[in-house]
Design a protein around this ligand. Structure first.
Ligand SMILES: Cc1cc2nc3c(=O)[nH]c(=O)nc-3n(C[C@H](O)[C@H](O)[C@H](O)COP(=O)(O)OP(=O)(O)OC[C@H]3O[C@@H](n4cnc5c(N)ncnc54)[C@H](O)[C@@H]3O)c2cc1C
Length: 515
C-alpha cells in the first residue's frame, strides 16, 4: 500500500478528533462535510473527489451565451420543507416568481407540464385537444400505478406493463379511424418515453410497480436556477476551508474492519484505510461513501475490502440506475413561435402496444422526447432535448457532427420544412460514459423494493461488535422517498453526518428538517 497522506492545513483544527473522510464531492458529500464541520468533534475532515470539480451531477457550464445545465435541471417540488429550495432561496439564487406562495402551493403530481406544440413525424402538428386528452389519460394511469404502494396487490411486475395493459383494454373500445388511433398510441409512446427520462431508465418495463408510489412528490411548480444550479454547490463549497476537498483523487478501495496505523500518529489505530488510485492512503475512523450507484454497480467487487455483506451487494446489483442525457442545439434564428416553451416530437410509427426490432443506429433519435426552449438566452436561441435509455447511451458514442445531422433531419421532417436551417452547434451530456458516474440516477427496478434502498443506506459494520460506523452511505440512491433528486441527495448527506454526530455527542441538538 502507498504513502499515508493526511497533512494538516486550514481544514484541520487544533486538538484530536474523529477522522472522517467523505468520498465524493457532489451535493450529498458537500452537505455532509458542511454539517460535520460545524461540530467540534470532527476537526479532521477531508472530501476526496475523483474529478477536477465539485458538484458531481450538478454541473452548470457557460455556453451559447448563457448557462447550460448538463446535469440537474429543476428543483422538483420547490416549496418550504424542500432543503434545496430553502437553501437556494436563502442564497437568493431563484427568481421572484418561483418564491411566490402561489408557486409553492402548486400541485403538479410530479407530471411534466404540457408541451406548447406537438409535431408528428409526418410533418404536421397535432391538435391541442388530442394532446391534452391523451396527456390526461396517461397521467391518470401513472397516478393509478402509484396507488399499489398502499397495499393492493400489484397486477403486473412493472409500471410499463401495467400502463400498457390498461391501455390495451382502453384501446379495444376506441372507435377512431385507424390513423387517429395510431396517433393516439404514438402520443402515448412519447409520454412513456418522457417517463423514462423522469425515472432515468431505458424502459418503464424495468421500473417496479409495487414500490413506484414510495417516491414522494413535494408541492411546488418545478423551477430552475437563472445563474445555474451549481451556484448552490458553490455556496456550500465557499463555506468549507479551501484544502478540505482534494480533487483528482479517485478512491480505489476502502479497507475496513482493520487496525491501521500511521507514523504521524503513534499509538493510534484506525479501523478504516482509504486507498486511492494514485497509491495514496488515508487512515480514518469513519468514511461517508457518496459515489453514484452506477459507480458502485461497476466496482462492487473491488471497492470494499473485505467485500460488502451479501445483502448490501445484492441491493446494489438489484436497484436500477439508467441514463438520461441532454442535447443542446444552438440556432441562428428560432423556428418556434414566441412564447413557446416546450416542443414535443411524436413518431407515428411507434406504439406502446407493438414491439419493433430495429438497429440502434437507425432509430436512436426516436427516443428523444422533444425539446425545451431555454429562456435565459437573449441573443442566441437554444433548445434542450432529453433522451433516456440505451438510445441515449448509443448517442454518447456518436460524434457531434453525427448528432447534429440526425437531429437536423428530425426537425426538418417533423416541421415539414425541408429547408429548416441546421443548428449552428451542439453540446451534450454523456453521463453513461463518465467513469465516476456511469449513468444518470437511480430507480427501484423490477426485482428490487424500497427495502433495498434502506439496505444500501445502512452503515457498516452491521452487527455493532466492531468499531461503529466505519462506513456510512449517502447519495441520491440511498434516500427511500426522494431518490434521483438533488434534495434526496442533500438530505442523505445530512442524515449520515447527523448519524456520526449522534454517535460522538448523544446530547447534540441536530438541526432539522429531516424529511
Ligand atoms: C441529466 C440529469 C438531469 C437531472 N435532473 C435533475 C433535476 O432536474 N432535479 C433533480 O432534483 N435532480 C436531477 N438530477 C439528479 C441529481 O443531479 C442527482 O440526484 C444529485 O446531484 C446526486 O448527488 P450525489 O451527491 O448523490 O451524487 P453526485 O453528484 O454524482 O456526486 C458523487 C461524486 O462522487 C465522485 N466519485 C465517484 N467515484 C469516486 C471515487 N471512486 N473516488 C472519489 N470520488 C468519486 C463523483 O465524481 C461525484 O462528484 C439529474 C441528473 C442528471 C444526470
Amino acid at each position: 500500500m502507498g504513502a499515508m497522506e493526511w497533512s494538516g492545513g486550514q481544514a484541520e483544527r487544533p486538538g484530536r478528533g474523529r477522522r472522517v473522510l467523505v468520498v465524493g464531492g457532489g451535493i450529498a458529500g458537500l452537505g455532509a462535510a458542511q454539517r460535520l464541520r460545524a461540530h467540534p468533534a470532527f476537526s479532521q475532515l477531508r472530501v476526496l473527489e475523483a474529478t477536477a470539480r465539485a458538484g458531481g451531477r450538478i454541473r452548470s457550464e457557460r455556453g451559447f451565451g448563457g448557462v447550460l445545465e448538463l446535469g440537474a435541471h429543476w428543483i422538483h417540488g420547490p416549496s418550504r420543507g424542500n432543503p434545496v429550495f430553502e437553501l437556494a432561496a436563502e442564497h437568493r439564487l431563484l427568481r421572484e416568481k418561483d418564491l411566490s406562495e402561489e408557486n409553492q402551493r402548486m400541485e403538479t403530481g410530479g407530471h411534466v407540464g404540457l408541451p406548447s406544440v406537438t409535431y408528428a413525424s409526418s410533418g404536421v402538428s397535432v391538435s391541442r385537444e388530442l394532446v391534452v386528452e391523451t396527456a390526461s389519460l396517461f397521467h391518470s394511469l401513472i397516478d393509478q400505478a402509484r396507488e399499489f404502494v398502499r397495499g393492493a396487490a400489484a397486477p403486473a411486475p412493472s409500471v410499463g406493463e401495467y400502463v400498457r395493459g390498461a391501455l390495451r383494454a382502453l384501446a379495444a373500445g376506441w372507435t377512431d379511424r385507424e390513423d387517429a388511433r395510431r396517433l393516439r398510441l404514438a402520443l402515448m409512446h412519447n409520454f412513456l418515453n418522457v417517463e423514462c427520462c423522469v425515472s432515468g431508465t431505458h424502459s418503464m418495463d424495468l421500473v417496479a410497480l409495487a414500490p413506484f408510489g414510495e417516491y414522494t412528490v413535494l408541492p411546488g411548480l418545478d423551477c430552475t436556477f437563472p445563474g445555474g444550479y451549481q451556484g448552490l454547490t458553490n455556496h456550500i463549497m465557499a463555506s468549507l476551508p479551501e484544502d478540505m476537498i482534494i480533487f483528482n483523487k479517485p478512491v480505489k478501495t476502502i479497507h475496513w474492519n482493520g487496525s491501521f496505523q500511521e507514523a504521524a500518529s503513534p499509538g493510534e489505530t484506525f479501523p478504516v484505510l482509504v486507498e486511492c488510485e494514485d497509491g495514496g492512503c488515508f487512515p480514518a475512523h469513519h468514511v461517508i461513501v457518496t459515489v453514484p450507484l452506477g459507480f458502485l454497480k461497476e466496482h462492487v467487487d473491488t471497492f470494499f475490502e473485505p467485500p460488502l455483506p451479501t445483502e448490501k451487494a445484492d441491493a446494489i446489483r438489484k436497484l436500477g440506475f439508467g441514463t438520461n442525457n441532454k442535447i443542446f442545439l444552438e440556432f441562428e434564428e428560432p423556428f418556434w413561435e414566441p412564447g413557446c416553451q416546450h416542443i414535443q416530437v411524436v413518431w407515428e410509427d411507434m406504439s406502446p402496444l407493438e414491439d419493433v426490432a430495429s438497429q440502434l443506429q437507425d432509430v436512436w433519435f426516436k427516443k428523444l422526447i422533444g425539446f425545451w426552449v431555454l429562456p435565459s438566452f437573449e441573443s442566441v436561441h437554444v433548445l434542450c432535448g432529453f433522451i433516456a435509455g440505451l438510445e441515449s447511451e448509443f448517442m454518447e458514442t456518436l460524434t457531434d457532427e453525427e448528432v447534429l445531422l440526425s437531429l437536423t433531419q428530425v426537425l426538418r421532417r417533423v416541421t415539414g420544412n425541408a429547408r429548416l436551417p441546421a443548428p449552428r452547434s451542439v453540446l451534450r451530456s454523456r453521463w453513461h460514459s463518465a467513469p465516476y458516474t456511469r449513468g444518470s440516477y437511480s430507480y427501484v427496478a423490477v426485482g428490487s423494493t424500497g427495502e433495498d434502498i434502506d439496505r444500501l443506506a445502512r452503515p457498516l459494520p452491521e452487527d455493532g461488535t466492531e468499531a461503529q460506523l466505519q462506513i456510512l452511505f449517502a447519495g441520491e440512491a440511498t434516500h427511500r422517498t426522494f431518490y434521483s433528486t438533488t434534495h434526496g441527495a442533500l438530505l442523505s448527506g445530512w442524515r449520515e453526518a447527523d448519524r456520526l454526530i449522534a454517535l460522538q455527542d448523544p446530547q447534540a441538538q441536530l438541526p432539522g428538517p429531516q424529511l
